[in-house]
Design a protein around this ligand. Structure first.
Ligand code: T1G
Length: 653
């Protein structure tokens, strides 16, 4: 072993047993920045020119191999060498180049590995080409080399979903050649020694199996159907399914497509979302504040929300104590939770050991006193102020003064709940979205008297639950439901002005929402919002515009899908435009003397976006939301706003 050679400030190497071991050390994720690329290129030139170097191993420092190209360089002037140029050099080197995957090999990171002549991975590594999640396609050979290695159908699945594959799957697919049983780099060095002087397997020269034409067509159709108009998945399909052509031709097409998409609005939106997700848990005033330790979580109310929260907490490794009003109800809650765990087991998301371990960490009770050992208690009982205040007063008596109390209310004022307790500083809102074990979004609501370390605890627990936390202040509906109310209000104004529910829904689906507002409304049921409107009626300002059409539907028992009719009718469960609803809307217009007019999709979309962004401005001005990107994350992760549009605040720019 000789001295280290610095090929750049982020790339160094040592020769070990005649093999040049090149390490990329570019925190935090070893992204292939300009410095990494030039360092790699110099290392390859050195290896090629140095007689006593028989091969090369490339690996990363820390827990990541290469997290991809440096996204922060996007949109900036290109600096040579480009990643494709470095990758071509790897593939064409006359000496074996081994990729030693010490952790995540994503995007450009996997593309580097694909150009190597052999890939060995540690058992904790993961591989993927997530570029479509950034509105782009792999731009350094991924769409051309991956199909050569694993076939078109498997490449289509990985690239158009952007998902990662763990090492077992990567080995069975043929992406990697070996999982290191001993030291990773030693394993790679011996692979290089074995391949030295041998015919090297260059991925780019491999031919592509073409026998699965029908399967490929079916897969492509499915993917395009799911893309909902996004460009990147469609371009990825085109590049992968046409990869059976000369490599250079495919690479040139891929690169041109990558560069076009990279500079697109869609990619800018998804990059914005990428960094926004990493920003959301950075909260002013919490720098250096340690969260309180949480090992055991109590959950009050084991209905739909409570059982979902319990499953998320068990999956995150917490002890869970579920409380319900009676022993029967508590037992029903356990069955519901265990039922969800069994579903995870059946779908392979959980193995038998995991299932047993999670079940073992769950206990249920009908006695408040059994929550005494909890570090955090989350209320998921019926959304009624008196019910919640009574519960919090009872909990105050049994749990430790330093334990944290959280309410999952969606619309009540958590300040009023906190004020009813002995230690309001330990109360905050943790607003989960249904189903709570699936939906990523978690609004962490800071009440007027919530202590900073309690907010920090909410954020830390959210991260451990693998949720996307967004901090919100106290207002009716916090960030999400407040914007949703504005969005719903504008949609109802449009109804009076001349549009119909299916036209508004079509405009929203055309924009990229998975489902239009009125269809969502019918699915969720109209009665909860009606009850709230009735509660608010006395305080409503008669001067503000109010649309009573939804009230009329509710008075007629049209509560939505489960009632067989709402904004739509559901003969045999199928959503159908209902002329009765059109008549109700026309009558409402006539009553107000409104002359309806037709609305093109674009105008409907514009009015809806404007209403959401205007409400967002209000939230920022009131300090309820800390930054526009937090509002966008809430709407994308909680209300189906298409991520490739960036969210209502991004979209207004
Ligand atoms: N470029 C620049 N910064 C990045 C980055 C990247 N590729 N990946 C992560 N970061 C930053 C991130 O913003 C954060 O910064 C810090 O690293 C830690 O990230 C040609 C063009 C690798 C699994 O899409 O999935 O290659 O907030 O909190 O949870 O085909 O980061 O601390 O200032 O997420 O440990 C394709 C993106 C790029 C992978 C690590 N690659 N990254 O997760 O840390 S496009 C990706 C991730 C491409 C080529 C194309 C994850 C991770 P800060 P983190 P983590």
């Amino acid at each position: 072993m000789n001295d280290a050679i610095e090929f750049s400030s982020t790339v160094s190497a040592m020769t070990r047993s005649g093999i040049l071991v090149v390490t990329i050390d570019n925190a935090p994720v070893n992204a292939t920045s300009a410095d990494v690329r030039s360092g790699l290129e110099k290392a390859l030139v050195h290896a090629e020119a140095t007689a006593d170097v028989a091969g090369v191993v490339i690996t990363g420092a820390g827990k990541t191999f290469i997290g991809g190209a440096d996204i922060r360089e996007f949109g900036k002037p290109a600096i040579e060498p480009t990643l494709p140029a470095v990758i071509e050099k790897i593939e064409k080197l006359s000496k074996p180049v081994i990729a030693a995957l010490n952790g995540a090999a994503l995007g450009g990171g996997l593309e580097v590995a694909l150009a190597c002549h052999y890939r060995v991975a540690s058992s904790t590594a993961q591989v993927g080409l997530p570029e479509v999640k950034l509105g782009i396609v792999p731009g350094a050979g991924g769409t051309q080399r991956l199909p050569r290695l694993i076939g078109i159908p498997a490449a289509l699945d990985l690239i158009t979903s952007g998902r990662s594959a763990k090492t077992d799957e990567a080995l069975s697919l043929g992406i990697i050649d070996e999982i290191a049983k001993a030291d990773l780099v030693e394993t790679a060095i011996s692979a290089a020694q074995k391949l030295s002087g041998k015919q090297l397997r260059r991925t780019g020269e491999l031919s592509i199996a073409t026998k699965e034409a029908a399967e490929i067509e079916r897969a492509a159709a499915r993917i395009l159907g799911r893309a909902r108009g996004q460009k990147a998945p469609a371009e990825a399909v085109r590049l992968i399914t046409s990869s059976n052509r000369p490599l250079a031709e495919g690479l040139a097409d891929e690169r041109a497509t990558f560069l076009t998409l990279r500079d697109s609005r869609e990619a800018a939106a998804l990059r914005y979302v990428f960094f926004a997700e990493r920003e959301s848990s950075r909260v002013e005033g919490l720098e250096g504040i340690e969260p309180r330790p949480v090992k055991t979580i109590g959950i009050c109310g084991l209905g739909l929300m409570g059982s979902g929260i319990a499953v998320a907490a068990l999956a995150a490794g917490y002890m869970v104590i579920g409380l319900d009003q009676t022993a029967e109800a508590a037992e029903k809650g356990r069955e519901r939770i265990v039922g969800l765990l069994e579903r995870n087991l059946a779908s392979g998301r959980l193995d038998q050991n995991g299932f047993e371990a999670q079940k073992a960490r769950l206990s249920v009770t009908a006695s408040d006193a059994d929550l005494a050992s909890c570090d955090l208690v989350i209320d998921a009982v019926f959304d009624d102020l008196d019910v919640k205040i009574d519960l919090f007063r009872r909990l105050d008596k049994v749990i430790r003064p330093d334990a944290v109390l959280a309410t999952n209310t969606s619309y009540l004022n958590p300040d009023e709940i906190a004020a009813a307790t002995a230690y309001p500083e330990r109360v905050l809102g943790m607003h989960f979205f249904s189903p709570a074990h699936v939906m990523r979004l978690l609004e962490v609501v800071r009440c007027a008297r919530t202590a900073p370390d309690v907010v920090a605890t909410g954020l830390a627990v959210a991260k451990k639950l693998r949720k996307l936390p967004v901090v919100a202040g106290v207002t009716e509906g916090f960030i999400g439901n407040r914007i949703f109310s504005a969005y719903r209000r504008e949609a109802e104004f449009l109804l009076e002005d001349g549009a119909l529910p299916h036209e508004i829904d079509a405009a929203l689906e055309d924009y990229g929402f998975p489902m239009g507002l009125f269809a969502v409304y019918d699915m969720a049921g109209l009665e909860i919002a009606w009850a709230r409107r009735k509660r608010q009626a006395a305080a409503r300002d008669p001067a503000t515009r109010y649309v009573g059409i939804a009230d009329t539907l509710c008075e007629m028992g049209r509560f939505g899908q489960k009632a067989g009719r709402g904004w739509y009718a559901y003969p045999d469960g199928k959503r159908t435009i209902d002329p009765d609803v059109t008549a109700i809307i026309e009558a409402a217009r006539a009553q107000k003397g409104i002359t309806p007019r037709a609305f093109p999709k674009s105008e409907i979309q514009e009015r809806m976006l404007k209403a959401m962004a205007a409400e967002g401005e209000g939230l920022l001005a009131e300090g309820i939301a800390a930054r526009p990107s937090d509002i966008d994350l809430v709407m994308i992760n909680g209300y189906g706003f298409p991520a490739h549009r960036g969210g209502p605040m991004f979209a207004r720019n």
